[in-house]
Design a protein around this ligand. Structure first.
Ligand SMILES: Cc1cc2nc3c(=O)[nH]c(=O)nc-3n(C[C@H](O)[C@H](O)[C@H](O)COP(=O)(O)OP(=O)(O)OC[C@H]3O[C@@H](n4cnc5c(N)ncnc54)[C@H](O)[C@@H]3O)c2cc1C
Length: 701
């Protein structure tokens, strides 16, 4: 199909349909485009290859999908672009490095640039004829960007630029630079900055490449000496450059994370089948969970962007999650490689080495991790109700804390009826809220037993027992709250062992049972209860999801308590949360709990085995992480029974031991990845509003 054919077909189809057409298009040309899938190491070769890839996509109309017609696009929105990035990654194409600027710069240029100039320049960018760079940092202005000194002075109908930019990516190959310069007084800070489009081939521009520590000469410093910039090259208002910069940076931290995540998921699928060491297999499982959580988070951002076009401060959370996920993933690859990638003998492995080293740049470019944490603290935590209000959660919490007891609260909520119809999304949300409320309130409920009984059969109330320590120990833990159960199910390495509770007369007041005695109960055929594999799978999935949601409740409660405490308590004459070390603890806890919230939401979409398992895995990790950070933020009071923190933390740790500990689940997930080479995705392009919810089955080509 040619571009002309596309331009006669407007508007574009849905992202899912476009993705499907694009997939077929790529498949039909798989052999013809083989050389575009090679990752050359030499930067010049790489740029050349990426240009050709961009041109090829443009000629076929794919590079213009998702961009407005005013700049040569075919229409559609960011979700169309998301679909294209995903299909390219799945088909083995490299990330479009130089064209990452499409997602970083182009949205700001479309929004703030002079329409005539953009109509002239941006089609060239989309066509692959010209590339761009971003000129923000200076030798004296890194994290403190507002102190920059490169100056633009008005001179009749144009501007004159003098100064020095550094760390500009891909400038060596770029024709244009989106540059921020001072137009106000030296003291005007962010109020006196203006954004310009600068021609890097103009007289007075000198560029010196800088080699990165991974060997690639991607960075450059640029000197500007009396460079003439035309008046229509202004982007946004005079002295309004800060607004443009903030918008641009949130795009850089937001939608870029989606692009990158689709790519690293493929890298994970590529190296995983060669991993053999058990500890590395466990790391693989954790990496799958990271990528899954990252995908859920960045997908939410993409949907927000498509709806209102303004990425919020949450994009700082995306950037942090991406950095953590990517560093852990490439470190796992390095550990699992027989010699480590520093000895990489093949070109492919050299690329891996370069990527491994590049992961250290992620917490630096686009604003460092520390600066992101400050943003997260100031904009998402400080002085705000940092947990979104939710009508279901409010109702469930009120019911849970009813003096008559949590179980009567469940009746008030009509919990059993809600559980009976989990095909209904609202009911799933309500169930999730009930478990979150249980985690927050610290009340023991029969909610888990009711939920699982809906699968296991009428009248079966359940006590879940979990074999301790990876199946090695004979100790079995039973939730004491469920001692009225009619059935005890041991979730063991051998699968589910179920026994009639009547056969275990000593159940009343014990928490720790002997596995042998349970197994003996099962050996008595009258006490044995059998469930088919499908039922066990469904019940396990529901249970894991519910427990992940319960952990989320406990995690939110710990977080809010710590946020409140650090706002109220003073030391050294100031509130605790005025100290950066405390802000960072809260920011790190917030990043972790966001990942759990996202995966719980994603698991709620389908309640399928893989997403629910990953939600439970992440719940175990996040419960520990947030528990530790928030205890530290509370100080000694957090280490007492006087403060409710201990109850929430204990709960999170206890839940981890039921229906699969996070370490065990990580091993299982890692082993599945080694066997199948498939990274589960959770949210699919087809999950967009207006589309049939797709199955959560993993996809890989
Ligand atoms: C690979 C790569 C690509 C890049 N691409 C571009 C580009 O295309 N265009 C561009 O303009 N820039 C680019 N940059 C530059 C990047 O934006 C800056 O490096 C970044 O903003 C940090 O500035 P700095 O390096 O001067 O570090 P500094 O600001 O000097 O910080 C050094 C350390 O101190 C910490 N720190 C600083 N201030 C505080 C504070 N108030 N509180 C706590 N800790 C603090 C930082 O977190 C960091 O750990 C790139 C950087 C890299 C590594």
């Amino acid at each position: 199909m040619t571009q002309n054919e596309f331009s006669s077909v407007a508007p574009p189809a849905s992202p899912a349909d476009e993705a499907s057409t694009f997939r077929s298009w790529l498949e039909d040309r798989r052999d013809d485009l083989a050389e575009l899938r090679v990752l050359h190491v030499e930067a010049d070769d790489r740029v050349d290859l990426l240009r050709r890839l961009q041109k090829t996509l443009h000629e076929a109309g794919w590079a213009t999908l998702g961009w407005p017609e005013s700049v040569g696009g075919r229409g559609g929105n960011i979700l169309h672009r998301a679909a294209i990035y995903e299909e390219l990654a799945l088909a083995g194409y490299p990330p479009r490095f130089v064209y990452e600027h499409l997602e970083v710069l182009l949205p700001s240029l479309v929004k703030y640039g002079h329409p005539d100039l953009m109509a002239e320049l941006l089609p060239r960018m989309l066509r692959g004829d010209e590339t761009w760079s971003q000129g923000f940092s200076e030798p004296g202005a890194g994290s403190d960007l507002a102190s920059l000194r490169t100056r633009a002075t008005r001179d009749g109908d144009h501007w004159v630029l003098n100064g020095h930019k550094i760390w500009t990516s891909w400038s060596k190959w770029a024709k244009w630079c989106l540059l921020i310069a001072r137009t106000g007084t030296p003291e005007s800070r962010h109020r006196g900055l203006t954004m310009f489009v600068v021609d890097l081939e103009a007289p007075g521009v000198t560029l010196t490449p800088i080699n990165q520590s991974n060997g690639s000469p991607e960075l450059a410093e640029i000197f500007f000496e009396n460079v003439t910039v035309p008046a229509n090259a202004l982007v946004g208002e005079v002295d309004g450059g800060w607004e443009v910069a903030m918008y641009l940076l949130s795009c850089e931290r937001g939608s870029y994370a989606w692009q990158r995540n689709t790519y690293i998921a493929q890298r994970l699928a590529e190296f995983a089948p060669k991993v053999v060491e058990p500890s590395d297999i466990e790391r693989l499982g954790n990496s799958v969970a990271d990528v899954f959580a990252m995908r859920s988070r960045s997908w939410s951002t993409m949907v927000e962007l498509a709806a209102d076009g303004r990425p919020g401060p949450q994009s700082a959370v995306n950037k942090a999650m991406l950095g953590d996920a990517e560093q852990y993933l490439f470190e796992t690859a390095d550990r699992a490689h027989p010699s480590g990638y520093m000895w990489a003998p093949t070109a492919r492995e050299e690329v891996m080495q370069e990527e491994l080293i590049f992961t250290h740049a992620i917490p630096i470019w686009g604003g460092t991790r520390q600066i992101q944490n400050i943003t997260i603290f100031r904009q998402l935590i400080s002085g705000q109700n940092s947990t979104p209000t939710d009508e279901y959660l409010d109702a469930a919490l009120a019911a849970m804390t009813d003096p008559a007891g949590a179980n009567s609260g469940l009746e008030t909520l009509g919990f059993a009826d809600v559980v009976a119809d989990l095909d209904d999304l609202d009911n799933r949300r309500a169930v999730s809220a009930v478990f979150q409320a249980a985690g927050r309130s610290g009340e023991h409920t029969s909610a888990l037993a009711t939920l699982l009984s809906s699968v296991l059969g009428e009248g079966v109330t359940l006590a879940l027992a979990t074999e301790n320590l990876g199946g090695q120990s004979t100790r079995v833990i039973v939730d004491a709250a469920a001692t009225g159960a009619s059935t005890i199910v041991l979730d063991s390495a051998d699968g589910w062992i179920a026994v009639d509770a009547e056969a275990v007369s000593w159940l009343d007041d014990v928490q720790f049972l002997s596995k042998d005695r349970l197994v003996a109960g099962v050996a008595d055929t009258s006490a044995a209860i059998s469930f088919d594999a499908e039922t066990v799978e469904r019940a396990t999935a529901l249970g894991r999801w519910a427990l992940a949601c319960e952990t989320l409740g406990a995690v939110d409660a710990m977080f809010e308590a710590a946020a409140q405490h650090t706002a109220d308590r003073e030391q050294f004459g100031a509130p605790l949360n005025s100290f950066q070390a405390v802000q960072f603890m809260l920011a790190e806890a917030h990043i972790a709990r966001t990942s759990l919230r996202e995966v719980c939401d994603t698991a709620s979409r389908t309640l399928a085995p893989v997403p629910t398992t990953l939600a439970k895995l992440i719940a175990g990790r996040v419960g520990r992480r947030v528990g530790k950070e928030t205890l530290q933020a509370l100080g000694a009071i957090g280490f007492t029974e006087e403060h409710p923190h201990h109850g929430w933390y204990h709960r999170a740790l206890t839940i981890d031991a039921v229906l699969g500990r996070s370490v065990e689940l990580a091993r299982h997930v890692g082993a599945d990845l080694v066997r199948t080479g498939v990274v589960p995705v959770g949210v699919e392009i087809a999950d967009l509003p207006g589309h049939q919810a797709a199955s959560s089955a993993a996809r890989s080509r």
